[in-house]
Design a protein around this ligand. Structure first.
Ligand code: AHR
Length: 502
């Protein structure tokens, strides 16, 4: 089977915001406790943070991490996580039916972000709380000093403000499961007033208002229209979430889900433009896709934990999806979609980062390792910085119920002018046939293959575990070469590839 890719240096989609490759950490399961924080772990640093996890996160070059939730944030008192640890209250977390020790709060998280070299993206509680708690939190985090909350921060050991730029106005407020769930008008008004208060403190802050939790939500996409009508002038991004699942064991349909993602982004882009036009506004609002990932492998196990859970356990093993090779393809497809939509999707957060539906897994007291999906996320985050090229991809396709024609070949390309590279990310959705790709990229001088990585596996269900950490991992690709300005490369059946030209 043959396919062609055509691109030109000047045919671009957008400069990609580095924050497209962000991540998310919630006080949920073992994401924080025995994920990033484990004072007794042999690799723990002076703050009790696992050094092995810090190393893996550093390797991913994560630009921003959203915190502290998620559903958790909608009943969270941020003040519980400051001051001497021994005085911090244990609270019942109503979102996940667990207890929260508050051993990690904003100070510990901020120190961890410094250690891994990332920025914070903080969410305020607009579920059980509101404007007042939000404005106090922003003052605590960002004000230099001379006020009640900023002086309290100093007293608690942090002299300089953290100057966090990105703030989320609640989480998934369209979801009936959310503590303090609201309808679109109620939430839109609250978000607008909270945004005004935060902007009165500092108008340079970037604010994210909640869009839909999924495109299956009954309120989608009217939710986006109503919420933006209330908030358009005072926010910068609308957040979207989407999780992917292959419950029917139907790989062809599963790998077509990125089309639903693409439609979802396209629809919300349209809603943003509708509200912008209605308001006769010159301002742009973009999408923050601040929760996305595969999530279904752990569903049964979670049900059992939650159903059998009469008490309020601390950091139980919730949402611990063990990813397989098929998910590598899915994550590659999702990231390609974001790159192609980088004109409107400016922020993305893989949900989550450690243990909870995450690319990194840990064992309490034991090792940390890379799940299968670590790799496509790694390649996109490390090599997907720059300008997205507007490729024309001509590929044979297959027909999937609900999605229509789905091309076997999925590709995106990023030009990094500083590094002088063009990086292609390529997924072959075909179960049994290789695709011979001819990629003509014009406008670049004398490109050569400088790095080529490939992931294939004869078992779609192959996983990486603590006992077999490298079962699924990339290897060097072979046979990719540029001749007369055309890259020729073969994509084996069910494969993910990253090809860097320079
Ligand atoms: O990431 C897990 C959960 O998924 C988050 O808490 C919530 O925002 C979403 O429903």
């Amino acid at each position: 089977m043959k396919a062609t890719i055509t691109g030109h240096k000047s045919f671009t989609i957008s400069r990609i915001d580095d924050r497209l490759y962000g991540a998310f950490l919630e006080h949920l399961g073992r994401a924080i406790y025995s994920g990033i924080y484990e004072p007794d772990h042999p690799t723990a640093d002076e703050n009790g943070m696992r050094g092995d996890v810090i190393d893996l996160v550093r390797e991913l070059n994560v630009p921003v991490v959203r915190y502290p939730g998620g559903n958790f944030v909608s009943a969270y008192n941020w003040e519980d996580g400051i001051g001497p640890k021994e005085e911090r209250p244990v609270r019942l977390d109503l979102a996940w039916h667990t207890s929260e020790s508050n051993a990690v709060g904003i100070h510990e998280f901020a120190d961890w972000c410094d250690a891994v070299g990332t920025e914070m993206m903080l969410a305020v509680n607009l579920g059980s709380r509101g404007l007042d708690a939000a404005r106090n939190f922003v003052e605590y985090v960002n004000h230099p000093g001379g006020s009640y909350w900023s002086d309290l921060r100093k007293k608690n050991g942090r002299e300089a403000p953290w100057n966090v730029k990105l703030w989320c106005l609640g989480n998934e407020m369209d979801g009936p499961w959310q503590i303090g769930h609201k309808d679109a008008d109620e939430y839109g008004k609250l978000a607008a007033e909270t945004a005004k208060a935060i902007r009165a403190f500092d108008k340079s802050l970037e604010l994210v208002v909640c869009g839909s939790s999924h495109s299956f939500m009954p309120t989608y996409p009217q939710w986006e229209a109503t919420v933006l009508e209330h908030t358009y002038d005072v926010v910068d991004y609308i957040s979207l979430h989407m999780y992917f699942a292959n419950r029917e064991k139907d790989t062809a349909s599963y790998l077509a889900l990125s089309h639903r993602l693409d439609e979802y982004i396209g629809t919300v882009k349209g809603v943003i433009e509708f509200v912008k036009a209605k308001k006769r506004s010159d301002k742009n609002v973009y999408i923050s896709f601040d929760e996305w990932n595969v999530w279904y492998h752990s569903n049964q196990q979670d049900r059992a934990i939650l159903d059998g859970n009469d008490g309020w356990p601390h950091a139980p093993a919730l949402l611990e999806d063990v990813y397989n090779f098929e998910d590598v393809l899915q994550v590659g497809l999702i990231l390609n979609t974001f790159i192609r939509r980088s004109d409107v999707v400016k922020i993305g957060c893989i949900a989550q980062l450690v243990n909870v539906i995450a690319p990194i897994m840990t064992e309490k007291g034991g090792p940390a390792w890379r799940q299968t999906i670590y790799y496509p996320y790694y390649y996109a985050s490390v090599y997907g910085r720059g300008t997205a090229l507007d490729l024309r991809v001509d590929s044979p396709s297959y027909d999937v119920d609900k999605f229509g024609d789905v091309p076997y070949l999925d590709a995106s390309a990023v030009h990094d002018p500083d590094a002088g590279t063009v990086t292609l990310f390529v997924v072959n959705r075909h179960p049994s046939e290789a695709i011979d790709i001819s990629a003509r990229l014009d406008g670049f001088d004398d490109l050569k293959v400088i790095e080529h990585k490939i992931m294939t596996h004869d078992d779609l269900e192959a996983t990486n575990t603590g006992g077999n950490m490298d079962n699924v991992k990339p290897r060097d690709g072979t046979g990719a070469a540029v001749a007369s300005g055309v890259l020729n490369v073969s994509a084996p059946p069910y494969s993910y590839q990253m090809i860097r030209l320079g």
